[in-house]
Design a protein around this ligand. Structure first.
Ligand code: VGL
Length: 186
């Protein structure tokens, strides 16, 4: 039995000052860094996902509806796509990037940066059976990543204080949905 921590999309564009900021983005980045320093050693691996858009079609809009279309964010190789500076990249074993040419809310659509492997087979190759999930945004990518993790057969815990929502009410509803799907909310 082995456990992974999955840090979802804690990228500058999703934090205050970014193009699609969540109110608690900076706070969550700080909480995650503190957690990595105090508890990171308890995980068999720590991975991070990144929204990494090149040309994601209608996912970007000048007139976004904030449901299916969004302001330009996390363009590949831009500062906005970088992981928040509070988080020490040395503490993360692998990065999984997603959404090059489409919308991709789930971290399980992400491919490792150092080999052509999706997140689920990468974790399973390391005998990971349990995953803890933190990150941004509770109502979008954390939700989709959590639901996929359950479908992939992992035991899933969501560390909800270390998650930031675009919309607080939608975030609360998403947490309920994740719980109903089988995630343990911690
Ligand atoms: C996200 C909205 C649009 C997220 C990504 O990371 O939760 N939200 N693209």
């Amino acid at each position: 039995m082995a456990r992974a921590l999955i840090i979802v999309d804690v990228q500058k564009d999703f934090c205050p000052g970014g193009s699609l900021a969540t109110a608690r983005g900076d706070e969550v980045a700080g909480l995650i860094e503190a957690y990595l320093l105090s508890h990171g050693g308890e995980y068999d691996t720590v991975v991070a996902t990144q929204d990494w858009h090149i040309d994601p079609g209608e996912h970007f809009s000048d007139n976004p509806d904030y449901v299916d279309s969004w302001p330009v964010h996390c363009k590949a190789d831009t500062d906005g796509a970088a992981i928040h500076e509070r988080i020490d990249l040395e503490l993360i074993e692998e990065f999984f990037r997603k959404g090059h040419y489409t919308a991709a809310y789930s971290g399980f659509e992400g491919t490792a940066t150092s080999e052509e492997l999706l997140l689920a087979p990468w974790l399973k190759a390391r005998d990971i059976t349990e995953v803890d999930i933190v990150g941004i945004a509770t109502d979008h990518c954390v939700r989709a990543t959590t639901l996929d993790a359950i479908k992939e057969g992992f035991e899933v815990r969501v560390l909800s204080d270390m998650c930031a929502a675009v919309d607080v009410h939608a975030g609360d509803r998403a947490l309920e949905e994740m719980h109903d799907a089988g995630a343990l909310l911690v």
